[in-house]
Design a protein around this ligand. Structure first.
Ligand SMILES: [Zn+2]
Ligand SMILES: [Zn+2]
Length: 266
């Protein structure tokens, strides 16, 4: 496999993914301790010193907790939008960051690293300037789409043509509504700048399905308002209603909160 993705941790308690493309290797967020990220990379045989950069989706702590530590330890460049940087630096969210490791991302502009093309695209979430990522290498496309309040046409278009995707299946609406979260928090999660629910995520998966979509990793599951089997079943049902069979047409798995996923790729 020369183009691959692995969810090192995924869920409301911490997110970190690994993306490798030829000689290019990136982490998307380090929302777990530096120690856990390093151990996770070790499990898939990646030397943390060889990571070319950390790509930030947004400045919530479940995405940046370990970023500063990792960057200081391995002198790793950190990529984020200007607005996200302004917030992270003003609130000292990462601790000391070397000037040379502050790298600015332009939304909707491709960044080229070797043969890998990286596109940060705009998403709806209640943080300063959140992005998802598209990775293109040779003729394949891997997409990361988490922390999304709603999928609009522009985002749907970005996700189309993916050959592999890490897609948010955050919560089950009924579990959230019946659960113990205070009303404002429920409203936030359900809102258009919150998180994607199982049904909407499943619909999205069906909408972007094409023969070339080989795998989907369901991620960023809520600890309190979802269960892996339910997320999987919602995806399976929606796919089957459209004559798409898991196993025959697509591989679907649920990323674990605190276990390193398999490595998916091409
Ligand atoms: Zn967030
Ligand atoms: Zn998150």
């Amino acid at each position: 496999m020369e183009f691959k993705l692995c969810a090192i941790a995924s869920g409301s308690s911490g997110n970190c993914a690994y993306l490798g493309a030829g000689d290019q290797q990136f982490l998307i967020d380090v929302g777990i301790s530096g120690k856990k990220a390093i151990a996770g990379l070790g499990e898939i045989g990646v030397n943390p010193e060889t990571i070319n950069g950390i790509l930030i989706t947004h400045e919530h702590s479940d995405h940046i907790k370990g970023v500063g530590i990792f960057s200081r330890k391995y002198n790793t460049p950190i990529y984020a939008t200007q607005k996200a940087w302004d917030k992270m630096l003003a609130d000292n969210m990462l601790g000391t960051v070397k000037e040379e490791n502050i790298r600015i991302l332009e939304k909707n502009v491709y960044m080229q690293h070797g043969e890998l093309r990286i596109l940060p695209y705009s998403i709806h979430h209640d943080s300063v300037d959140p992005v998802g990522y598209i990775f293109e290498y040779k003729d394949k496309k891997i997409t990361l789409a988490t922390d999304i309040g709603m999928i609009d046409e522009e985002i749907a278009n970005h996700l189309k043509g993916s050959n592999g995707i890490l897609l948010e299946f955050n919560h089950d609406i009924r579990m959230l509504e019946a659960g113990s979260y205070p009303f404002p928090l429920k409203k936030r999660i359900l809102g258009s700048k919150g998180h994607l629910n199982n049904e909407d995520a499943a619909k999205t998966l069906v909408a972007i399905y094409h023969d070339g979509l080989e795998w989907a990793v369901l991620g960023h599951l809520s600890k309190d308002n979802n269960v892996p089997d339910l997320a999987y079943l919602t995806a399976k049902t929606a796919l089957e209603e459209n004559n798409i069979q898991i196993g025959r047409d697509i591989v679907v798995t649920v990323a674990k909160r605190d276990k390193v996923s398999e490595v998916y790729g091409f």
